[in-house]
Design a protein around this ligand. Structure first.
Ligand SMILES: NC(=O)c1ccc[n+]([C@@H]2O[C@H](COP(=O)([O-])OP(=O)(O)OC[C@H]3O[C@@H](n4cnc5c(N)ncnc54)[C@H](OP(=O)(O)O)[C@@H]3O)[C@@H](O)[C@H]2O)c1
Length: 386
């Protein structure tokens, strides 16, 4: 029986992880869960999976839960997330969205866990630091993002000197099939309507702008140590081929499956063994028409902004992530328009310093400063828009 703790248990990644555990109760048990504010779902999860420990965002919610579930240890806030990350589980799933995942991810690594990391923002802002901690602690970091999970599987059995380049695919999101639609008219409702994946609102907007692929390109560089000119991005609307590697003899190896996050989550939970029948098998019909296109970087500048930030260095990556988190949040609140998200990020990147942060505290300071700058740009833009 493998013990599993899940950060972000009430989100898309968290609920899909619990769905796998539910089907494999002879192999896994839940040690600890952490959530934000969705108490209703968290209560159901506690009743069904009997964790020893839960964490929530607010102390008032923690007090409520502690009264309802005698014997359950209840903690809260950033410290609560870290307690969950360090709990006695063998595997820790990082399914919190955004920068808030950074600290608990570091704690899970330092506690020598197998860390199944779905959260991409912490890798973007501190990928180098996370890797240093992995090397020091001997923990294992398994990417859950489907593209990186595919690359992990492909690279695991291939000598590095045989690999020429990496390929990440992107569905193109809900706007790919709407080339004539003015981007000013894209509403939050439309932007989060992803054609293939059911995900949280932030990553869904990132998919629509192509920032998701920009963050993933950075994630791939930091995880696998390939320079960005050896990482290709292909638009692949069917989301069946998740990642591929080109080899020196010009053959290409690829990983294919149904677009279903339980595939990479199941892989990470049970690594290095395979679970059986985690997702439905692909049929020939599913594979009959696989399409691939170049990304449209004129219409969707986020991918170029991400490439520029990666070239500029770690401080720019923190600015990119923070300004994107602010821009997506304000777009979802309808304070700025869809194309203005890229403008916010571009303006903040123009002000990013070149000196890389030398400590974790400096990373937090740069993040806070970039958020402050992004809010200033947003308030200027929203005054002009309204
Ligand atoms: N969904 C996917 O298919 C997918 C695929 C690849 C990568 N990812 C990455 O995985 C991460 C999660 O994505 P998602 O789609 O699962 O997001 P989501 O559905 O929005 O879920 C986010 C989760 O994080 C929790 N949370 C937010 N802030 C928190 C905090 N400060 N402390 C504790 N918990 C907090 C939320 O709790 P409440 O809901 O209770 O407030 C929720 O459980 C993102 O970084 C995303 O890029 C997701």
């Amino acid at each position: 029986m493998r013990g599993v703790s899940i950060l972000g248990s009430t989100g898309s990644i968290g609920t899909q992880t619990l769905a796998i555990i539910d089907k494999n109760r002879d192999r896994f048990h839940v040690v600890a869960l952490s959530a934000g504010t969705n108490l209703k779902l968290l209560r159901e999860q506690v009743r069904s999976f009997h964790p020893q420990l839960v964490s929530v965002k607010e102390p008032s919610a923690a007090a409520l839960l502690a009264a309802e579930f005698p014997g359950l240890e209840v903690v809260w806030g950033d410290e609560g997330n870290c307690t969950v990350a360090e709990s006695s589980a063998e595997v820790v799933v990082i399914g919190i969205v955004g920068f808030a995942a950074l600290l608990p991810t570091l704690k899970a690594i330092d506690a020598k866990k197998t860390v199944a990391i779905a959260n991409k923002e912490s890798l973007v802002v501190a990928g180098g630091l996370l890797r240093q901690h992995v090397e020091k602690s001997g923990s294992r970091l398994i990417p859950v993002d489907s593209e990186h999970n595919a690359l992990f599987q492909l690279l695991e059995r291939q000598p590095r000197e045989h690999v020429r380049s990496l390929v990440l695919t992107a569905s193109g999101g809900p706007l790919f099939r709407l080339p004539g639609l003015p981007l000013e008219d894209v509403t939050p409702d439309l932007a989060i309507r992803h054609p293939n994946w059911k995900m949280g609102p932030k990553i869904s907007v990132d998919s629509a702008t192509l920032m998701n692929k920009g963050l993933e390109l950075i994630e791939a560089h930091l995880l696998f140590d390939f320079p960005q000119n050896q990482i290709e991005v292909w638009i692949h609307p069917q989301s069946i081929l998740h990642g591929a590697i080109w080899l020196t003899d010009n053959s290409c190896l690829a990983q294919l499956s149904q677009p279903d996050m339980r595939s990479s989550l199941g892989f990470a939970l049970h690594y290095p063994e395979r679970l059986s029948e985690v997702i439905p098998k692909l049929s020939l019909k599913d594979m009959a028409k696989l399409e691939f296109f170049e990304p449209d970087v004129e219409r969707f500048p986020a991918l170029s902004l991400a490439r520029a930030a990666l070239a500029a260095g770690p401080a720019a990556l923190i600015a990119l992530n923070a300004s994107n988190e602010v821009a997506v949040g304000r777009f979802l609140e309808k304070k700025i328009l869809f194309p203005q998200m890229a403008q916010v990020i571009e303006r903040v990147l123009e002000q990013a310093i070149s000196e890389p942060p030398s400590t974790l505290e400096a990373t937090f300071q740069l993040d806070a400063e970039a958020r402050r700058q992004a809010e200033l740009v947003v308030s200027g833009l929203s005054r002009r828009t309204s």
